[in-house]
Design a protein around this ligand. Structure first.
Ligand code: UT7
Length: 329
């Protein structure tokens, strides 16, 4: 990595207009508002309407991030979209965004799939891409999990929502990323088995059931993994940087469940006020979760210049990742 400091120059996000409340879900499956609130902290989530897709949400979040950064799209060298629910297999959503932004072909645009950790993975890769030459990257997390949700399965359908978040990354005069890491390990407790056109091959005939296209999760197992992943992330970033966790000023972690965020606050020995929480409004928006929370925190004035901000996500794979940065904008 070059000596040049890289940081976030601007953020943006987008959430669909349609709101799905816990009360709405009470009419769909055998659940209650009280159960959902107590076990997850979620009160409502947003769901894509007919005109909204992973690409349209990503584009809106991207435009807002570029506006906030004061950067025109032609300055970008990379566009990375973290998504698990692409609108189609290929071309990449990122190239759709490139085209819609009117950016020329010298740019590299690609998608990556790393569960809910997609944005943090993108941030890790982008820092390494832009640092040597002082370039700019747009990193987006966008997911429409509602399209892969089994709306008859109460153990998953109450948890997820749709949305997008984005950040512009580039050279900074002050602050910037202090440390990052990424990690993964195979664990099939959270998965979606969709096999695009597998029934099409005359050489491998098989019957697909629609059930295979739905997201499935062993909640309690993933809960244990999540709590461990966040603790390990706080410990590891503290070790790499030599900065005690009590000195992290603000924590933005994947908004999967408020109980996971509370467990992280207890472990870090910091008050919950240092943790941004919007899981009650959006549920788990997968790869969009961290950049959507980051953008809301920025726009709410929660981050001050010089703050040490900890970003952490975890998800299907399993994957987990964290970053510590000094806020400079
Ligand atoms: O983004 C990727 C990462 N994902 C996560 O981090 C999610 C991690 N997991 C979780 O957040 C929690 O495990 C859940 C919120 C998914 C579930 O909470 P839990 O406290 O682990 O509940 P449970 O799955 O152990 O279920 C407890 C009970 C069961 O009933 P019995 O067996 O005790 O009679 C479930 O059948 O709650 C029942 N249940 C529900 N009841 C009402 C499960 N889902 C519901 C529901 N409404 N929606």
């Amino acid at each position: 990595m070059g000596a040049r400091k890289i940081g976030i120059l601007g953020t943006g996000s987008y959430a669909p207009q349609v709101v799905l409340t816990n009360q709405d879900l009470e009419k769909l499956v055998d659940t209650t508002d009280q159960w959902i609130r107590e076990r997850t902290g979620i009160i409502e989530r947003r769901i894509c309407g007919p005109e909204e897709t992973v690409a349209t949400m990503a584009l809106e979040a991207a435009r807002r991030a570029l506006d906030a950064a004061g950067l025109t799209p032609d300055r970008l060298s990379y566009i990375i979209v973290g998504t698990n629910t692409p609108d189609y297999l290929f071309p990449a959503i990122a190239i759709r965004i490139q085209d819609a932004l009117g950016v020329n072909s010298t740019l590299a645009a690609f998608d990556l799939q790393a569960g809910c950790t997609g944005f943090n993975y993108g941030l890790y890769i982008a820092e390494r891409l832009v640092a040597p030459e002082g370039k700019y990257a747009l990193i987006i997390g966008s997911d429409a999990s509602s399209r892969f949700t089994d709306w008859t399965d109460r153990s998953t359908c109450v948890l997820f929502g749709d949305g997008a978040g984005a950040a512009v990354l580039g050279p900074v005069a002050r602050g910037g990323i202090i440390a990052q890491f990424v990690a993964s390990s195979l664990n099939m407790k959270l998965y979606c088995e969709t096999e695009f056109n597998a029934e099409n091959s005359p050489f491998q005939p098989r019957q697909l059931t629609t059930a295979r296209h739905f997201l499935k999760m062993d909640g309690p197992e993933i809960f244990k993994f999540a709590v461990k992943a966040v603790r390990e992330s706080i410990r590891r970033i503290s070790e790499i940087t030599g900065i005690p966790r009590e000195e992290f000023d603000y924590f933005i972690i994947h908004q999967a469940n408020n109980r996971i965020i509370e467990a992280a606050a207890r472990f870090a020995r910091v008050p919950m006020e240092k943790f941004f929480v919007n899981v009650h409004c959006y549920g788990n928006t997968s790869a969009a979760s961290v950049p959507l929370a980051l953008d809301e925190a920025v726009r709410a004035g929660k981050l001050k210049v010089g703050d040490k901000v900890f970003l952490c996500s975890f998800g299907a794979g399993v994957t987990w990742s964290a970053a510590l940065m000094e806020w400079g904008v």
